[in-house]
Design a protein around this ligand. Structure first.
Ligand code: F6P
Length: 319
């Protein structure tokens, strides 16, 4: 393989730049040319493709976002869009493609793979919702952003003796909410993977209140409901004063954590290893701190599983 392409797609995540850097540097180290495709699959269709040099990825390892820009592309879901993409890849003599993104982006990589075009998926999303890897690039940074915000909210929640309902991202997954809740000692964590536990939340709030607890933190994953709606229900069921914070896109930005930079560097470089050994149609990941790869077609048929032990622990620690 003499020439490869790399793109980032879907919601950006901190560490994507570190992954791009690893792809570019590792490939050039092995005398493989790299072309950067801007704006994800849309840029692929439009031919927004440029050669990357060693210097193209200098000074980006510490930056959030993605230097290649990102997009969600409806056209690439169509047969016609995919053919246009393959046409551009062939026109530029690109023999393999690395797709950094979440499961929507992997769908694009899957389609190309089905059409016989060599692709490797690198999991980059704050949601941590991709099967076949313990962690996705960006999750750790987003988690730390959430924790930092909740720590601050805690101060004012204590001063005013209020109950805070905090909405975090994660799309249909509850990982960000669960990890943040455990790390921050939240009273309740509401995630899509578990059944509605509203009555239990209210009981816990009342119990806490009765034994003199002055404030409470409830974390709601966006995949369940909005924090505004949830707080209304809490106010209707109790006489507690509530406030709402929706952390929103702050969770997607910021300088990547050391952990995300290292993960991105390892996964990006491993994707090149796979292409060099002729492997394609794979997704790279990390399991028990070991680099792994899975069939990208098969991995997308699996469900992402939440860590139930962690969920139970969060309840035990917030009695
Ligand atoms: O998948 C990443 C993510 O940030 C989700 O957590 C969130 O639901 C979604 O993207 C938001 O997408 P957008 O940036 O298009 O509003």
């Amino acid at each position: 393989m003499k020439r490869i392409g790399v793109l980032t797609s879907g919601g950006d995540s901190p560490g994507m730049n570190a992954a791009i850097r690893a792809v570019v540097r590792k490939a050039i180290f092995h005398d493989i040319e790299v072309y950067g495709i801007e704006h994800g699959f849309q840029g692929l269709i439009d031919g927004s493709i440029r050669k990357m040099e060693l210097g193209s990825v200098g000074d980006i390892i510490q930056r959030g976002g993605t230097m290649l820009y990102s997009a969600r592309c409806e056209e690439f879901k169509t047969e016609e869009g995919q053919e246009k993409g393959i046409h551009q890849l062939k026109k530029h003599g690109i023999e393999g493609l690395i797709v950094i993104g979440g499961d929507g982006s992997f769908m694009g990589a899957k389609k190309l793979t089905e059409k016989g075009y060599p692709c490797i998926g690198v999991p980059g999303t704050i949601d941590n919702d991709i099967p076949g890897t313990d962690f996705t690039i960006g999750f750790d940074t987003a988690l730390n952003t959430v924790i930092d915000a909740i720590d601050k909210i805690r101060d004012t929640a204590t001063s005013h003796e209020r109950t805070y309902v905090i909405e975090v991202m994660g799309r249909d997954a509850g990982d960000l909410a669960l990890w943040a809740g455990l790390a921050d000692g939240a009273e309740s964590i509401i995630i899509p993977e578990m059944d509605d536990e509203f009555d239990e939340v209210i009981e816990r709030l009342k119990r806490g209140h009765d034994r003199g607890k002055k404030h409470s933190i409830i974390i709601v994953a966006e995949g369940v409901t909005s924090a505004v709606d949830f707080s209304k229900r809490v106010e209707e069921a109790t006489d507690l004063e509530t406030r709402v914070t929706v952390l929103g896109h702050t969770q997607r930005g910021g300088s990547p954590s050391a952990s995300d930079r290292v993960l991105a560097s390892r996964l990006g470089a491993y994707a090149i290893d796979l292409l060099m050994t002729g492997k394609a149609g794979r997704m790279v990941g990390i399991e028990n701190n070991q680099l792994v790869d899975h069939d990208i077609l098969e991995v997308l048929t699996r469900d992402h599983a939440i860590d139930l032990d962690m969920y139970r622990l969060s309840k035990e620690l917030s009695i």
